[in-house]
Structure formats: structure tokens, C-alpha cells
Design a binder for this molecule. Structure first.
Ligand code: SF4
Length: 419
């Protein structure tokens, strides 16, 4: 009976947690019906990628979906008529250890609605991580939500036991937060981020002097923005991300396309498609900020505040800046090679390493695994590539769109339907 109740809670609280994308979920629906091996639909299990590229499975749940707030974009808002549940501290500990022992998971992603007040909720989250670390000797990955408005002492304790902490900003601007979550305050979200940044920097500095200094949120902090629920353009969204990366030392900003879940005239109507392509383009732009040396104003600007949906932002930049091309991969700086469409970070490094031994030709790039069909329009070898001299940016874009194999291709076909 107890087991059944816990499983019922697990179904409710794992389902409620799926809207938080700050750890990515595999979202598989395949079930084990014939006593075969494995079950991809295991409640609450999702997959996330570590810094070194490993894929780890996490138990992803809420402590509770009760909440004192009424954020219009959230399925757990207090005015929503849904089944509610709350785990006890011990139930979360037992589930985590039970799943871990069965080899279902390697870690825990724990978020929560806010019952009673932020400290009351945060204190329970902290008790769970402390029990896991100190009593169960659990060394797996733990991603914990930092509840806006919780006290500094509780946030500090959380950082001493969790690997990553995240405070979700949810709305890209203060104006949107006021519109959709009027009882919340933007500064309450920003303050804990600032606090965590200071603590992470402080503990890291201290550790350099004294190796016995404990770890503090060694995987850093992250946040999530819901996109498409309100009117912000990509310039505002990426500007906010840039602020988080520069001022809060944020490790990741996650973008969550709004899933229409309520009849509310402040929000897109139910049935409005989730902006998946926009979400994907924002992630690509985010990578340009973090790994390719772009600044926000090169990707979007007041004259073009939204990302192109039909091409990726790096190609968009290259087409707007054809005067910077062609680039001679045999002599150009790494920074410029990184800006060539079709060449990623590892490809750029391979080119720089390989050209020490020989003068590179197109076939060498193909051997290095470079997406040559895309990059060829922007490259020079002994002489500028033929196509580049003659083609306009519109023609290059058409060539690429007509040859690329994108899952979004059909969404942007120029061909009109007959019916
Ligand atoms: S505070 Fe968090 S859980 Fe509560 S309604 Fe707002 S977004 Fe949802």
C-alpha cells in the first residue's frame, strides 16, 4: 500500500518535473510489455550530459507540486486544478538509493513547487541532499533547485552537497514576470544567482590555498528561460543569457519552448505549436556566445532582433558578412576559422594542427570530417573557391538549403502546396 502511494506520487511528480528542461530528457515512450530487457518509460528517469560529454541518467522529480504561487506559465500554479502530491524527505532518499542500486540512474535532479514559504521548501531539499551524502554515502550527481527567496544559510548548505544548483529565471524580462507571475519579484531571482556566484568563486579561491576546502556546487549554476509565452524577441532573450554568462558565471542557460497549458488571455492559446525551431536556434546562438567568440550584437541586433529560423545563426552571420570571406584555412587565425559555417570547434582545432604538416586542400578537410558541402562557399585554398566569387548571399543560402539534410527543411520549403 505504502509502495503504491509512493509510485502514485512518483507518477505525479515526475510528470510535473518534465517542464523543467535544465536537464534534458530523453522523452521516450517505449515500455517493457513482454518481460524483455529495460524500460525506457521508467517514471522520472531522464538523461543529461556532463561537461565531458558523458550521458548520465537522472531521477528527475519534484519534491512537491503544491505551490503558493500562481505563475500563469506553470502547470503547478496554485489555481490549476490538478492532482497534487508531496514526497517526504525519506521517500526521495529511498527512491534515489533504490533506483541507483538497481542501476536505473546515476544521479538526481530535484526541483520543487513552493509550499508554505521558500525557506520551508529549501530546508527540505537540503535535508534530502545531506541525507544522501552523509547517511547514504551517495556520491552520484545531484542537481538541486535553489528556491528564490530562501535564506543565504540554506543556499550555502545546498551548495556544499549538490553538484549543480539552478535558480530558474523563467521569464526573459522583468516586464513578462510581472505580467504572468505578479506575486513574484525579479530581484528575488537575481539575488540568489549573485549569491551562488560569489560562493562558487570564494570556495574555488579558498581551495587553491587549502586543498581541504570542501567543494561548492562543482558543476556550477544554471538557469532556464521559457520562450514563446511572451513577446520578447531573440535580442532580448540572448541579451539576458549574455548577462547571465558574463555577470553570474552561469554554466548553462536552458531555453524551454512554451507548451500552451492553460486558457489564459495573457498566454498563447492552447493548440499553439511549441516553438521548437526557435528553441533550437537559440541553443545554436548560445553556443556561438560560449564557444565561438561571438558577441550578442553580431548574432542579433536592433535591425534584426530575431534569429533566422531557416538557417543557423552562424551561417546567418557569414551571409551578412561576406566581405570577411573567403578565409584561407592555411593561414587564418583560429578565431576566424571558427566563424566559417560548417566548421565546429573540434574541426577548427584539427585544421590548425593539420596545417603544420602540409598545405591543406579540399580533400584534406573532408578527411578531417569537416562539413565541406556547407563550408566550401566560404573557403579559399590556393585561390578563392570558384563559387564564392560569383554567388550572392541569397544564392549561397539557396544552394545550402537545397542540399542540406535538415529535419526542419520541409518547414521552409519555398515550394507552395497545390492544395
Ligand atoms: S513558483 Fe515555480 S512551481 Fe510555483 S507556480 Fe511559479 S514556476 Fe510553478
Amino acid at each position: 500500500m505504502v509502495h503504491e502511494r509512493v509510485m502514485e506520487k512518483l507518477a505525479i511528480l515526475a510528470d510535473a518535473a518534465k517542464y523543467d528542461v535544465s536537464c534534458s530528457s530523453s522523452n521516450s515512450t517505449r515500455k517493457n510489455k513482454n518481460k524483455g530487457l529495460g524500460d525506457a518509460s521508467g517514471n522520472g528517469i531522464c538523461h543529461a550530459y556532463t561537461e565531458d560529454g558523458r550521458c548520465v541518467s537522472l531521477l528527475k522529480i519534484l519534491l512537491t507540486n503544491h505551490c503558493i504561487f500562481d505563475c500563469a506559465y506553470c502547470v503547478s500554479r496554485k489555481s490549476n486544478d490538478i492532482k497534487r502530491a508531496a514526497f517526504t524527505v525519506q521517500e526521495v532518499v529511498d527512491l534515489t538509493i533504490g533506483f541507483y542500486r538497481r542501476n536505473y540512474i546515476e544521479g538526481l535532479f530535484l526541483s520543487s513547487g513552493i509550499f508554505d514559504n521558500p525557506d520551508y521548501t529549501m530546508e527540505r531539499l537540503v535535508r534530502i541532499v545531506k541525507k544522501l551524502r552523509l547517511e547514504e554515502n551517495f556520491n552520484g550527481y545531484i542537481h538541486l533547485k535553489a528556491i528564490p527567496g530562501a535564506s543565504a544559510e540554506l543556499l550555502r548548505e545546498a551548495g556544499l552537497y549538490a553538484d549543480r544548483l539552478s535558480v530558474n529565471v523563467e521569464m526573459p524580462t522583468e516586464k513578462s514576470l510581472k505580467l504572468l507571475a505578479p506575486d513574484k519579484n525579479h530581484i528575488d531571482v537575481i539575488k540568489p544567482m549573485e549569491f551562488l556566484k560569489e560562493e562558487i568563486v570564494g570556495y574555488n579561491e579558498e581551495k587553491k590555498k587549502n586543498y581541504k576546502t570542501p567543494l561548492f556546487a562543482p558543476a556550477g549554476q544554471s538557469t532556464q528561460m521559457v520562450i514563446g509565452a511572451t513577446q520578447e524577441n531573440d535580442l532580448e532573450i540572448l541579451g539576458m543569457s549574455n548577462y547571465f554568462y558574463e555577470k553570474m558565471n552561469m554554466r548553462r542557460v536552458y531555453y524551454s519552448g512554451y507548451v500552451p497549458i492553460s486558457y489564459d488571455n495573457r498566454l498563447p492559446v492552447i493548440g499553439t505549436p511549441v516553438p521548437m525551431i526557435r528553441e533550437n536556434r537559440l541553443y545554436q546562438a548560445d553556443w556561438l556566445l560560449r564557444f565561438y567568440g561571438f558577441n550578442v550584437n553580431e548574432i542579433v541586433g536592433f535591425d534584426q532582433p530575431n534569429l533566422d529560423l531557416d538557417i543557423d545563426p552562424k551561417l546567418g552571420w557569414a551571409l551578412r558578412n561576406l566581405d570577411k570571406f573567403p578565409v584561407d584555412v592555411n593561414t587564418a587565425d583560429l578565431e576566424l576559422i571558427l566563424r566559417i559555417p560548417g566548421i565546429g570547434v573540434s574541426g577548427a582545432h584539427k585544421i590548425v594542427a593539420a596545417r603544420k604538416f602540409k598545405r591543406l586542400q579540399p580533400e584534406d578537410l573532408q578527411k578531417l570530417g569537416i562539413a565541406y558541402s556547407r563550408s566550401k562557399y566560404f573557403l579559399a585554398f590556393a585561390s578563392p573557391f570558384q563559387l564564392q566569387r560569383d554567388l550572392t548571399s541569397i544564392q549561397i543560402k539557396d544552394h545550402i538549403l537545397n542540399t542540406q539534410n535538415s529535419k526542419y527543411k520541409n518547414d521552409f520549403s519555398n515550394q507552395l502546396s497545390l492544395f
